[in-house]
Design a protein around this ligand. Structure first.
Ligand code: FES
Length: 105
């Protein structure tokens, strides 16, 4: 099964298996990353699923939508590697994607 590698806020790494078609947010929640609040449930309106993509993994992702960018730019922890994990739909090509949970706003 494909996996993503998640670094939590305390620096601990988790290797999380995912089913193709899940969002990164769903995979992280199912994988026990409980610091990812995802308050809006994945409809791109809360930004509490904010992650930073490892620079080496950025090319694995499609560009973000305007809505995603607008929300992220409101975060004090926004940077060029920011994404909303609920907006990333995983396929087998995302195997070994590396992300870090962003600091809480
Ligand atoms: S879960 Fe709310 S924006 Fe991603």
């Amino acid at each position: 099964m494909p996996e993503v590698i998640v670094t939590k806020r305390d620096g601990e790494h988790s290797i999380i298996e995912f089913m193709e078609g899940a969002t990164l947010m769903q995979a992280m929640s199912d994988g026990g990353v409980d610091e990812l609040l995802a308050i809006c449930g994945g409809v791109c309106s809360c930004a509490t699923c904010h992650v930073h993509i490892d620079p080496a993994s950025v090319s694995m992702l499609s560009p973000m939508s305007e809505d995603e960018q607008f929300l992220l730019e409101g975060s004090e922890h926004f940077n060029e590697y920011s994404r909303l994990s609920c907006q990333i739909r995983l396929t087998n090509e995302h195997h070994n994607l590396r992300v870090t949970v962003a600091e809480e706003d």
